[in-house]
Design a protein around this ligand. Sequence first.
Ligand code: NDP
Length: 335
Amino acid sequence: GKKTIVLTGTSSGLGKATLKALCARGDNFVICGVRDMEKMQAVAEELGLDPSSYTIRPLDLSSFASVRRFAKEVKAVKGGKPLDALVCNAAVYLPARDYPTFTPDGIEESLQINHLSHFLLVSLLLDDLKKAKDPRCVIVGSITGNDNTIAGAFVWPRASLGDLKGMQEGAKEPVSMIDGKNFNGAKAYKDSKMCNMMTVNELHKRYHDATGITFSSMYPGCIAETALFREKRQWFRTLFPLFMKYVTGGYVSENEAGERLAQTVWDPALKTSGQYWCWNGQAQQFGYYDPATKQVRGAGGSGGTVFPGKLAGQVMDQAKAEKMWELSSEITGAT
Ligand code: NDP
């Protein structure tokens, strides 16, 4: 039979392209978790998807109640069958706001949508995943949350969880940042992506041996045209893709990025758990400095092959990751 895959944020950008790639393979059934059912219906029509290859369910990641309802729906849809893969892709990027916006649960939007709700969703579906033959759990990361990379370390502001003071205080309004400091939208996004990658490392450490689930994160490359940059000014949205394509070489098309994320689900070569997958395109500027070989390996860019990227700095701080994990469990009620 077909593999059952849960994918969040399929109505746009990377999620949409990944859905297309997964459905095209013919052996997948994708449960699309989206906040806007009508938009998704139109997207599915536009892609011309075979109705037997997907279904759409409401999921608003700005509400823990909605995440819990969605997890129940997923269980109902697949009946007694195992869940083969869970791909956490949806995210918001809110760099233009100089004030924080809070979810119905009273949590800063990027923190809850990008990290906390996915954290909860993984915990709710872990048991269903472990029954599958080759279960995969993927959370999309980003170079910007990895302070080992040139883009992550030198493009202001840097991701930093500080001593997690904001989370310790419950991460509720008026607290807007994980480190408890003043709101900065671009940093809130980077911090949330840092949490995504730390979550994968912790999941691997805590559950891989016991469950056989392959946990991984990945950096798709810079997909400069997605709606992620919707808050950026028009001149930026026009010039950024050109800059990424012709100056840095870090540009990757939505379709190619979608193939990459889909690959983390099906490719036997990507079965190693605890990895952060990158593709070795031409983008030297966005690469990883490898102290062992004294070389920079390109990440992003089009073309190239997949390789296990290196995470460093805070993302690999074990004590911090454990604290982040425990506080995320408390805030979300995940068990
Ligand atoms: P898009 O904005 O195009 O897509 C984001 C998706 O998330 C949309 O489908 C959106 O829904 C959905 N979403 C947003 N808020 C919610 C919510 N509250 N509940 C449910 N779904 C929600 O961005 P991208 O495709 O670029 O981003 C996808 C992933 O790729 C993210 O994890 C991002 O961090 C990552 N990434 C992107 C890079 C890039 O260059 N673009 C680079 C590195 C990583 P809707 O369609 O309704 O808006």
